[in-house]
Design a protein around this ligand. Structure first.
Ligand code: MG
Length: 247
């Protein structure tokens, strides 16, 4: 929005007096934007830090920002600065709801390899409670490409496989733009997502076609702000250092 505003300001300034003026005579100051300033923040200096304006969703200590699926007490294990999927513990949902966001999240599939394909280190990050960025042990574990780590599940294959070995911490940095709907529920703008996996671009402004479906094709249903949800797929996947910047 700020980019759009600054561009609009610039265009208005220039066109108001310069339509018939030769470019050489134009004042370069007219295309300088001074009155809209990016907010100054302190960036994260090292891995594990969060920038100063981030909403910290998990700081290694407790699950106070989360509930279980039904809005009750979350049941995942908190240990050694990480949270881990617990059998029978359901999914985790943030109490806060979100729309457009930058999300940083670190995850680890179990060092002890159990199962294969979709049964090995499966979890997932559901943006707005419905669009899954897959978490899976895809280091050397074949599965369908649009279901491997870094995929938008059953929709979009990652550009590369940037997975580390099971048992190692990995990072997703995500830029998510929520869909927009008309008053009668029509999709005006679909959702888009960009994902950097361990520093490598794996989804580049990828269109999301609707809520994640295991069977059949996705169909958008209108919605407003919604929780971030972490999937319990029965495998003891861990997460840490989770923060969001609302956009
Ligand atoms: Mg999953």
């Amino acid at each position: 929005m700020q980019n759009y505003l600054s561009f609009l300001l610039m265009v208005l300034s220039v066109t108001s007096w310069a339509q018939n003026t030769p470019r050489e005579s134009l004042d370069p100051k007219v295309t300088e934007v001074w009155d809209l300033k990016p907010k100054k923040i302190t960036p994260a200096i090292k891995l594990g830090d969060a920038p100063s304006d981030a909403i910290i969703l998990f700081d290694g200590k407790d699950l106070s920002k989360w509930t279980d699926n039904a809005g009750g007490e979350p049941k995942w294990e908190v240990k050694d600065g990480a949270i881990t999927v617990t059998k029978g513990g359901g999914d985790l949902k943030t109490k806060q709801t979100f729309s457009d966001m930058q999300l940083h999240i670190e995850w680890r599939t179990p060092a002890e390899v159990v199962g294969d394909g979709q049964g090995r280190g499966n979890s997932g990050i559901f943006l707005q409670d419905r669009y899954e960025l897959q978490v899976l042990d895809s280091y050397e574990s074949p599965t369908y490409s649009n279901g491997q780590a870094g995929s938008i599940y059953k929709q979009s294959i990652p550009l590369v496989n940037a997975c580390l070995k099971p048992g190692e911490w990995q990072a997703y940095d995500i830029v998510y733009n929520a869909p927009h709907f008309s008053e009668n529920g029509r999709v005006l703008v679909p959702a888009f997502v960009t994902v950097i996996h361990n520093g490598v671009l794996v989804q580049n402004h990828t269109q999301i076609y609707g809520p994640t479906e295991y069977k059949g094709l996705p169909v958008y249903q209108p919605h407003s702000k919604a929780s971030l949800r972490l999937q319990n797929h029965g495998n003891p996947v861990s997460y840490r250092n989770i923060w969001v910047r609302e956009l």
